[in-house]
Design a protein around this ligand. Structure first.
Ligand SMILES: Cc1cc2nc3c(=O)[nH]c(=O)nc-3n(C[C@H](O)[C@H](O)[C@H](O)COP(=O)(O)OP(=O)(O)OC[C@H]3O[C@@H](n4cnc5c(N)ncnc54)[C@H](O)[C@@H]3O)c2cc1C
Length: 382
């Protein structure tokens, strides 16, 4: 068992780390304050190949794997989570379902631009009335000749309304199964389709430089060929999508937690109180040691989940553990990093203020902490 990275993985991590420090760090605070989407940063991430990391070269990808994506997400989130979630959602929720479940035509039509970062895609599962309980989906799609007619709405959909968003895949009820339960299917809705309306962006507590919208579908017609994979497989598709996505969110949370350590060490050396740097006090040292401990163990948890997934082994429980643990410790570290910064930690000019605002959503998005516990308990046979 060896958790050390290969030379190639180390090189990727270093190049993303440099990019995050040199390109993202100087520019992101203003986007965060102004709630603007960082198109230029996203364009450069595309040029670096980050959007194509876990996809084969035949589709325009980089030929890497899902763990490579996680390493990139960790390094981005160490500096900023808005940029990291933009990449996470674009790959894991946007392009991956099309790659995994799409027809050859769908892949040829959508993947090249999504994998180069020239276009973004969203995945619409959550609705205004239901999130954790995806079986409560109300959005309906009815086949009318050779078109699906979609009616309903989706809430909190990432990357769904940028200038470069090309599509959103939505889950919809397409019928009733023989056992009386809802038949759920996934359907690709291209941006600009008549009847598909993107509401103005939400006013969010954190991730303010990322793109999140409510979507409505009012007799929205798309070709029957836009069905993603088999009819009635929507539930299985999004369970697979979310299981993988949890490893990526865990990596993002570890990045935020490590960023809190970085900033706290820096500040503890600079800030003086009672005649010496606050880092000389054991109370501060122990806080930072505990933060490092948490980031390190959470990293091992997501490495383990990713290793199992890439080996083709069951990984549902390990992904849920990694996501639950990493999001919990990210909130812990953000709280302690803010504490170490004293009053300055409450000022938006300090990165830890952004970390604090960005941490909480990690316990909610892609399955709440309660849902992760449900997944773990169910997998234990309880
Ligand atoms: C910024 C942002 C971006 C997002 N991006 C996307 C996206 O791109 N695509 C997408 O589809 N969704 C997205 N979401 C939605 C997100 O995944 C949901 O908010 C999340 O799954 C929780 O659903 P909910 O908000 O409906 O909460 P609810 O499901 O209403 O839950 C409310 C509370 O009840 C708890 N709860 C629910 N059921 C149980 C139970 N059985 N036992 C115990 N407790 C329970 C929950 O844990 C939670 O604490 C995003 C959300 C945000 C805020």
């Amino acid at each position: 068992m060896d958790f050390r990275l290969s030379e190639e993985q180390e090189a990727l991590r270093e190049s993303v780390r440099d990019f995050a420090r040199e390109v993202v760090a100087p520019a992101i605070a203003e986007h965060y304050e102004q709630h603007t989407f960082p198109y230029e940063i996203v364009r450069q991430m595309g040029k670096m190949g980050l959007f194509g990391l876990p996809f084969p070269e035949e589709h325009g990808g980089m030929g890497g794997d899902y763990f490579a994506l996680c390493l990139a997400l960790e390094e981005l989130a160490r500096v900023d989570s808005s940029v990291a979630i933009t990449l996470e959602a674009a790959v894991s929720l946007g392009a991956m379902p099309i790659y995994r479940f799409g027809t050859d035509e769908q892949k040829a039509q959508w993947l090249p631009k999504l994998l180069s970062g020239e276009a973004l895609a969203g995945f619409g599962l959550t609705e205004p009335g239901t999130g954790s309980d995806a079986g409560g989906t109300q959005t309906r799609a009815v086949l009318d000749g050779d078109e699906w007619v979609i009616n309903g709405s989706k809430a909190f959909i990432t990357n769904s309304g940028t200038d470069i968003t090309s599509l959103v895949t939505v889950t919809a009820v397409t019928g009733t199964k023989p056992d009386g339960s809802k038949e759920l299917s996934s359907i690709i809705v291209p941006s600009g389709t008549p009847g598909f309306t993107v509401a103005p962006g939400y006013s969010k507590v954190g991730w303010t430089a990322s793109d999140t919208h409510e979507l409505t579908f009012d007799d929205c017609r798309v070709p029957a060929a836009n069905l993603l994979g088999q009819r009635g497989r929507g539930f299985a598709q999004f369970l697979r999508t979310l299981d993988e996505g949890r490893i990526a969110i865990a990596a993002l949370a570890v990045g935020l937690a490590q960023g809190c350590v970085d900033e706290s060490i820096k500040y503890a050396k600079e800030r003086h109180a009672f005649g010496q740097p606050i880092g000389n006090y054991q109370a501060i040292q122990f806080k930072i040691a505990d933060m490092e401990l948490k980031a390190h163990t959470a990293r091992l948890a997501y490495y383990d989940a990713a290793a199992r997934m890439l080996a083709g082994e069951p990984f549902k429980r390990q992904a849920a553990i990694a996501k639950l643990h990493a999001s919990t410790i990210a909130v812990d570290n953000a709280r302690e990093a803010t504490q170490i910064h004293g009053g300055y930690g409450f000022m938006n000019e300090y990165p830890v203020a952004r970390f604090w605002r960005d941490a909480k959503i990690l316990e909610i998005g892609e399955g709440t902490s309660e849902v992760q516990r449900m997944v773990i308990a169910r997998d234990l046979g309880i």
